[in-house]
Ligand binder design. Structure first.
Ligand SMILES: *[C@@H]1O[C@H](CO)[C@@H](O)[C@H](O)[C@H]1NC(C)=O
Ligand SMILES: *[C@@H]1O[C@H](CO)[C@@H](O)[C@H](O)[C@H]1NC(C)=O
Ligand SMILES: *[C@@H]1O[C@H](CO)[C@@H](O)[C@H](O)[C@H]1NC(C)=O
Ligand SMILES: *[C@@H]1O[C@H](CO)[C@@H](O)[C@H](O)[C@H]1NC(C)=O
Ligand SMILES: *[C@@H]1O[C@H](CO)[C@@H](O)[C@H](O)[C@H]1NC(C)=O
Ligand SMILES: [Zn+2]
Ligand SMILES: [Zn+2]
Length: 476
């Protein structure tokens, strides 16, 4: 029941939060010293800077990224019709510094440029924007290691990332040279991916993928069985990791599976989705976490073995841009700006907790930019950690308890969409979370829709829905 004003109390939550105290006590009682093994890192994604943003202009001309929609609430920190103004970019990076100034590392999963037609950008404009964001992160976190993955908007023309050498891969590698080891530089210029030992420590590995190669809007890789040889390369890396007893984190931009806000909307071409899933199933023993972006929403994806036991989780972190998606069929698809800390066991790489901070854009525009803690996973969903087994419990709770579903739904848009998640919404979200495989997803839609139909009268379900909205509101 406490909301922390992060910028007013820097680092206080990390050091003295209630949950930490509880855990400290528990640790002392049960597992003496285990708290000391906890590490943390920032994950930021989808900053989408729109350099044209100018709030003083006529609502129809505030930003290029609004297309034909007016930016009616344009303020200093943005508008839901627009991508991020520089003020918001700067505010988010400085909020990270205030809240957790010395993370073990930063994960940055791409999409730096605005949602505008290709002719408004060009290679040099895209590179300049990537460069500006790289610079501010380096200025604010000069000594922190950053693992950086390309997004589909970090290329010109957008989404057309090639499965081979390119000028833009070369130029981006140059901008990121402080973060890349020499070996990484070589694979990055060949296909936009790399791997390194995590923080140069034996036994831990980071795998940075260029999954834009699998995006169904990418016309260059459509007929390629294994674009840039990335799958066979990753298979080699993971096989070697197993024989070297390493534990691995995977990061990337475009995730496999379906979009939870639009029924049957995949991102990968089917053959690539299947191959990604097979990679995780084959190597799950060494994979301790997957961290992706692209959705701009707060979501997760479960992976199972052939016995349907949970073996891995992909965390989809919310974006910084508040831009409302123009994807046809998505209702109310905007979000508040979000940034996120993962806490992990630095001996096993087990993800222990996920803490999301956000900016209430409306409030920021009329007052100032106060980044607040939105929620802590273990606290809000009453689970022990963020392991695959615990995330399965979270999913089961969302699927089986309307109030949990409502809570999840509110977090999904980072406190932007406070409306009720109805029966159809429940099925979309539950099936997208549970089934990365396209065929299994379609079967899930059918089964879950039938299950929802058995849940009593429409009136009753509306009343439960209203009660849950009130329940979730009362918890704030
Ligand atoms: C794990 O975290 C503890 C405390 O934060 C730190 O002292 C230790 O060096 C870390 N170990 C590794 C392997 O990073
Ligand atoms: C972005 O980078 C360019 C140089 O590439 C520089 O001229 C410009 O001032 C930068 N803009 C911001 C907002 O940092
Ligand atoms: C990328 O840079 C390398 C040198 O680092 C150069 O040999 C190659 O021609 C460049 N490729 C492109 C497509 O610019
Ligand atoms: C990484 O570790 C190796 C030895 O394990 C060492 O030679 C190298 O200098 C280290 N690199 C960095 C960047 O710390
Ligand atoms: C965001 O701020 C506005 C304006 O102060 C307020 O009306 C709204 O309830 C806030 N939203 C949340 C989720 O706190
Ligand atoms: Zn994006
Ligand atoms: Zn994207």
């Amino acid at each position: 029941m406490y909301i922390l004003i992060a910028s007013a109390m820097p680092s206080m939550e990390a050091a003295f939060g209630t949950r930490r105290l509880e855990r400290l006590l528990l640790c002392c009682l049960l597992l003496h010293g285990s708290l000391a093994l906890s590490g943390n890192f920032w994950h930021i994604t989808d900053l989408h800077w729109d350099p044209t943003y100018d709030q003083s202009k006529d609502p129809n001309k505030v930003c290029d990224s609004s297309g034909s929609k007016p930016a009616a609430q344009a303020g200093p920190f943005g508008d839901h019709a627009c991508d991020s103004p520089w003020n918001l970019i700067s505010s988010s990076i400085h909020a990270m510094k205030d809240i957790l100034p010395d993370p073990d590392f930063i994960v940055w999963t791409g999409d730096d440029t605005p949602h505008v037609p290709n002719q408004n950008l060009g290679e040099e404009a895209v590179l300049r924007i990537i460069g500006n964001l790289t610079n501010i992160i380096r200025e604010v976190f000069p000594t922190t290691k950053v693992y950086s993955a390309l997004g589909n908007h970090d290329y010109h023309p957008k989404s057309q990332l090639p499965g081979g050498p390119s000028y833009m891969y070369n130029q981006t590698a140059k901008m990121w040279k402080h973060w890349l080891e020499s070996e990484s530089h070589i694979t990055f210029t060949k296909g936009g991916y790399y791997t390194e030992t995590l923080l140069n420590q034996t036994g831990f590995r980071m795998l940075v993928l260029n999954t834009n190669l699998y995006y169904d809007r990418n016309l260059l890789t459509e007929n390629d069985e294994d674009p840039a040889g990335q799958f066979s390369w990753a298979d080699g890396v993971l096989t070697k990791a197993a024989s070297n007893n390493e534990k691995v984190y995977i990061i990337g931009h475009v995730p496999p599976g379906m979009f939870e806000k639009k029924r049957s909307k995949p991102w990968y071409r089917p053959q690539f989705n299947k191959r990604y899933l097979e990679m995780i199933q084959k190597h799950h023993a060494v994979i301790k976490g997957q961290f992706f972006g692209h959705h701009h929403t707060d979501a997760f994806r479960m992976f199972y073995d052939t016995n349907d036991s949970p073996i891995s989780t992909m965390f989809l972190s919310p974006g910084v841009t508040p831009w409302k998606t123009t994807l046809p069929g998505v209702k109310n698809g905007a979000n508040n700006p979000g940034i996120r800390i993962f806490e992990y066991d630095n001996t096993t790489l087990l993800v222990q907790d996920v803490v999301t901070y956000y900016l209430n854009l409306t409030r920021a525009n009329i007052g100032r930019d106060r980044w607040e803690k939105e929620y802590r996973l273990t606290e809000s969903f009453q689970v022990a950690d963020a392991s695959p087994a615990s995330m399965q419990q979270v999913l089961d709770a969302i699927a089986g308890d309307d109030c949990r579903l409502q809570q999840y739904y509110r977090f999904n848009s980072v406190n932007f969409d406070l409306s009720e998640c109805d029966r159809g919404c429940r099925v979309d979200h539950v099936c997208a979370t549970r089934e990365v495989d396209y065929q299994r997803y379609e079967r899930c839609l059918a089964t879950e829709a039938a299950a929802s139909g058995l849940g009593g009268s429409v009136l009753l379900s509306i009343l439960v829905g209203i009660a849950c909205v009130l329940f979730v509101l009362a918890q704030q």
